[in-house]
Design a protein around this ligand. Structure first.
Ligand SMILES: [Zn+2]
Length: 409
């Protein structure tokens, strides 16, 4: 977040120790010999997926506490002040007052201190991928593109290259993906090498890596779009010109969180996904959605697939094999059979995959049965324990799907 006058930004940083302790960094531009005062207020009640940045404007520094007063060190015109006294899970608003500007106060900027065990930093994701490549002969990393800010987008392959599941994560920044997918591939490499010889898996765990990292580093609200403000899951060249109005938003409006972009494949991340699919030529595509690092086995498939009985039949088999593994582990006896819902809209990966002859499913968190346990993830209240439990279910779902694919070519 930026406040224009001082270019004030607030973000979290994580210590590279076992405890991964976090602090908030305030960075701002300032002239030398300028006394600075920092105010902070802990914010209760902000609703993820509902409240916008403007939510913070309602607060005033007089409600906050003074946490710093002095003359900060300046490097290349910028001062950095760290707040070490922060709680994981808490949201804060910060203001900065500078004496030389007549005591002008800049802010507030909001920052949420997220648990780095739940929300993995980009570096951690990359480290894990290359560690698996180094540790296992049947694992390898392949670059498929980059993000708007030139972060590398790297896919991890494990097992059989001829018969693959391709899985993408975090195409929407604040949703699920890297934590589940990397944990699942690590589990498969450790415990299912024979099955991996029959059916491999390739993952592109954090498609929207730029904005994902900003969310990990404290952007308090829910984000879907990439750094250019484009919903990557509306940017594919499948009925792209059709304007969608889901969630009461319009895909041709650059101000909306479902903005489809200026033209199909305008975004480097969308191109990277297409390249990823091209080189994997997968038997099944899985795309992980739902808020705050957790998802269920609620399945969506392409809208235009609804009348294609053959395709639907095969998709049902794929979905139910995943669900049977997922739900056995969840001991979920209450749920009805999982039937994919044709809902992926114009410009989505699901629709584009179908039009290119692939079997593709989005995974969403639908409530009911065992999944009530995860309902708090919608409010950005995912804990490390919830995530761990969710990963176990997906491990079982993927093993079940791989087994199904090994028997049903
Ligand atoms: Zn999504």
């Amino acid at each position: 977040m930026t406040e224009k006058a001082l270019r004030l930004k607030a973000y979290t940083a994580t210590e590279e120790t076992e405890s991964e302790k976090q602090h908030v960094v305030l960075s701002f531009r300032i002239k030398p010999d300028n006394m600075v005062t920092v105010y902070r207020k802990k914010i209760e009640g902000m609703i993820f997926d509902f409240d916008e940045e403007e939510y913070f404007d309602d607060f005033s520094p007089s409600e906050g506490e003074c946490i710093y007063q002095g003359f900060p060190e300046i490097t290349r015109s910028f001062a950095k002040i760290c707040d070490f006294d922060v709680e994981t899970g808490a949201t804060y608003a910060y203001w900065v007052k500078t004496e030389n500007s007549g005591g002008r106060i800049t802010g507030p900027v909001g920052v949420k201190v997220r648990d780095p065990r739940v929300w993995w930093h980009f570096d951690k994701i990359m480290d894990r991928m290359y560690a698996l490549e180094n540790a296992y002969e049947n694992a390898s990393c392949i670059p498929v593109g980059e993000t708007v800010t030139h972060k590398p987008l790297v896919a991890l392959f494990a097992g059989n290259r001829e018969r693959l599941i391709a899985a993408t994560g975090a195409i929407h920044a604040a949703e699920s993906g890297p934590e589940i997918l990397l944990s699942c591939v690590e589990y498969l490499l450790k415990h299912h090498s024979a099955l991996l010889e029959k059916v491999g898996i390739a993952i592109l765990p954090s498609v929207n890596a730029d904005m994902r990292e900003e969310v990990v580093c404290g952007l308090p609200r829910y984000y879907r779009v990439n750094k250019n403000g484009v919903d990557l899951n509306r940017n594919f060249s499948a009925n792209w010109e059709e304007v969608g109005t889901g969630y009461g938003l319009s895909t041709d409006d650059p101000k909306c969180e479902t903005y489809r972009g200026p033209y199909p494949f305008s975004e480097p991340e969308t191109k990277a996904v297409a390249e990823f699919i091209r080189i994997t030529n997968p038997k099944v595509i899985l795309s992980y959605h739902a808020l705050a690092c957790i998802t269920g086995d609620g399945m969506l498939c392409a809208k235009s697939m609804a009348d294609d009985e053959n395709h639907m039949q095969r998709i049902k088999g794929i979905a139910s094999s995943y669900s049977s593994g997922f739900r056995t582990k969840a001991q979920d006896s209450t749920s009805d059979p999982n039937i994919p819902y044709p809902h992926c809209s114009a410009g989505s990966l699901g629709e584009w995959s179908y039009q290119n002859g692939y079997y593709s499913l989005d995974l969403e968190l639908w409530s009911g049965g065992c999944l009530d346990y995860f309902a708090d993830s919608k409010k950005d209240l995912t804990t490390a324990e919830m995530l761990e439990r969710n990963i176990l279910l997906h491990q079982n779902g993927i093993v079940s799907l791989m087994t199904y694919l090994s028997e049903n070519t």
